[in-house]
Design a protein around this ligand. Structure first.
Ligand SMILES: NC(=O)c1ccc[n+]([C@@H]2O[C@H](COP(=O)([O-])OP(=O)(O)OC[C@H]3O[C@@H](n4cnc5c(N)ncnc54)[C@H](OP(=O)(O)O)[C@@H]3O)[C@@H](O)[C@H]2O)c1
Length: 263
């Protein structure tokens, strides 16, 4: 289901070989998604919490990076019993498929994401992931191995429709979102901007990684909507396709030279 967009957007995606991808993050008024200690902080209120839960319940899958699992230990379950029930009435599991991007299979075997709530889990690892850790995680999740040093996101996303995943919500963190921008894998970028300041040059932001350094490579966005929610603002952007960095083969280590060339 293509949840947050006009139906037309979804139609464009039918037949594409990857899911429709919506990134959703909450950030402070100064653009930070947590503290410099990478401690999870409450940035939105009840109304935004419900919006996020609705988005999650309407998505086939929800994804985070291993950095977020280790920092926050999220379960990524649908919180509203009514929304879970509606999913079951539609013939789905009560929770979307939960996906962790985790090159070396570092997901702790007791992580909440592996134990809380019913539904499929996928841990995406690189081919370097140690076999003993994979064996432990296999008891709780489907393991997909792709990429040499790190997870090849483009190849992973091409496999997700095989698991019935046509719409994907990405919750973070900043390293994963950066890689998704780098590989041209985001359709919508949504942020709730809270009325608080976190500060700190080392505090994570919605797109960390190395960053682009020339305008030619900056992904362009189209404003879909901006609305006040409680004391903050919710902004939805559509990511325009067609930048030259959107090439096959994932790497957040891809070299961006001082002249701005990506290799
Ligand atoms: N405010 C919000 O809405 C929100 C939401 C989520 C998270 N957060 C915050 O974000 C912070 C965590 O973010 P983070 O940047 O440290 O971690 P992250 O983005 O959650 O995970 C990044 C990790 O994923 C793994 N990975 C594997 N393949 C990758 C690839 N191709 N591209 C990118 N990453 C890949 C890497 O670790 P390996 O090499 O070991 O696999 C990488 O370090 C926490 O402070 C959390 O609280 C905030």
């Amino acid at each position: 289901m293509c949840f947050q967009t006009d139906p037309g957007d979804c139609k464009e995606h039918i037949g594409n070989n990857r899911p429709y991808v919506v990134v959703n993050v909450a950030m402070s008024a100064d653009g930070k998604i947590s503290t410099r200690q990478r401690r999870q902080v409450k940035l939105s209120g009840e109304q935004d919490f419900k919006r996020v839960d609705l988005l999650k319940a309407g998505s086939d899958a929800v994804m985070v990076g291993i950095g977020t699992v280790l920092a926050d230990d999220p379960s990524l379950t649908v919180k509203s019993p009514d929304l879970s029930r509606e999913r079951v009435d539609r013939g789905k599991d009560p929770n979307p498929v939960r996906i962790v991007i985790d090159s070396m299979a570092r997901t702790p075997p007791d992580a909440a994401i592996l134990h809380k709530g019913l539904g499929m889990r996928i841990i995406a690892c690189s081919r370097k992931a140690p076999a003993d850790r994979l064996a432990v995680l296999r008891a709780h999740a489907i393991i997909i191995q792709t990429g040499e040093k790190e997870v090849d996101l483009t190849s992973l996303f091409a496999k997700l429709p095989e698991y019935g995943i046509r719409s994907l919500m990405v919750e973070g963190g900043g390293t994963l979102i950066w890689s998704l921008f780098l590989n041209g894998l985001i359709d919508e970028f949504s942020t709730f901007i809270s009325n608080r300041i976190i500060g700190g040059k080392d505090a994570p932001t919605p797109a960390d990684g190395d960053g682009f350094i020339t305008e030619d490579f900056f992904p362009d966005l189209n404003l879909v909507s901006a609305e006040q929610i409680e004391d903050g603002v919710f902004i939805r952007w559509r990511v325009l396709p067609g930048k030259p960095f959107s090439i096959t083969g994932s790497s957040r280590y891809r070299n961006i030279s001082d002249s701005g060339k990506v290799s």
